[in-house]
Design a protein around this ligand. Structure first.
Ligand code: PAF
Length: 287
């Protein structure tokens, strides 16, 4: 696997790679876990050449978020990428991505605004901007993202449609189902911050979400079901719940009754100072 850290080297390496076949791209912020490795494996189903990126993007972290504490472990990550047969790693520095004078930001209205967008102002502008840059740099045929960050995926697809991107085309932005630990907790780099007690309590998220989905799909009234879900999390030891919401799967418009179309139950909650997110499919009544 070749690692490149500067844009001219990336362009050269990508041109050479493309001459041997299509490219599937897996953007990451590093600290790779089994969830990422699944994305890399899935990427190979779409194209023979897999390019990964590792860039801890400062513009998607808020002033009180964990940018400095975010785990950085390039050598360990490189070994994992090699093991998954990745051809090329793009690992730019902050000065390569945001040189002096950088002044552009992409803001995707609507789908960026609620849920994590409300509790993390500016987060999705940072994500949309860096992902658009990464797409323009790597120019992949396919891009692979985890469904764990459902809102992020919706924002990126909306951006690709709205900006008529072709590399990749919006239809070739692929979402891969969330990879979970044995007790159902969604894999995340942030799980490493949890103490053993917090880690045990975190499993309640999965159980409480499944229970809520059963109630919603049975036609129950949504607000009390979501209130019960929040109460179950607080009782299990979560410090606070940013949101527990039912939303249209694509537009992310909030729904207050059992959905007609496929929907998503989305939750963000803090355990100690660690913020966990998860989301799950909810069947529509017209399915
Ligand atoms: O999901 C992530 O790891 C990041 O948000 C992404 C898509 C790599 C952009 O920085």
């Amino acid at each position: 696997m070749q690692t490149v850290k500067h844009l001219p080297d990336l362009r050269e390496a990508v041109d050479e790679l493309r001459s041997s076949g299509p490219i599937a791209f897996v953007p990451t912020m590093g600290a790779l876990h089994d969830g990422h490795l699944t994305l890399l494996r899935e990427a190979r189903e779409f194209a023979p050449n897999v390019v990964a990126s590792i860039f801890v993007n400062p513009t998607q972290f808020g002033p009180n978020e964990d940018l400095d504490a975010y785990p950085r472990q390039l050598a360990e990550d490189q070994a994992k990428l090699e093991g998954e047969g990745v051809a090329l790693l793009w690992a730019p520095g902050v000065e390569d991505m945001y040189p002096d004078g950088f002044a552009t930001s992409i803001s995707v209205a609507g789908v960026s605004e609620g849920l994590c967008g409300a509790s993390r102002p500016g987060h999705f502008d940072g994500v949309a901007t860096v992902v658009c840059k990464l797409f323009n740099q790597v120019r992949p045929d396919f891009a692979i993202f985890g469904e764990k960050d459902w809102q992020q995926l919706a924002v990126i697809r909306r951006m690709a449609r709205d900006l008529d991107l072709t590399q990749p085309h919006a239809d070739r932005i692929i979402g891969i189902p969330t990879v979970r630990e044995a007790d159902g907790l969604a894999m995340s780099s942030r799980n490493a911050y949890l103490s053993p007690e917090q880690r045990a309590a975190a499993a309640t998220l999965n159980v409480a979400m499944h229970k809520a989905i059963e109630g919603i799909e049975a036609g129950g009234t949504v607000a009390p079901i979501l209130a019960d879900l929040e109460a179950a999390l607080l009782q299990a030891g979560f410090a606070s719940v940013d949101y527990a919401s039912l939303a249209d799967a694509e537009s992310l418009e909030l729904l207050d009754e059992a959905p007609k179309r496929p929907a998503r139950l989305l939750v963000a909650a803090r355990i100690g100072t660690t913020r966990l997110i998860d989301n799950m499919h909810v069947e529509g009544r017209d399915a």
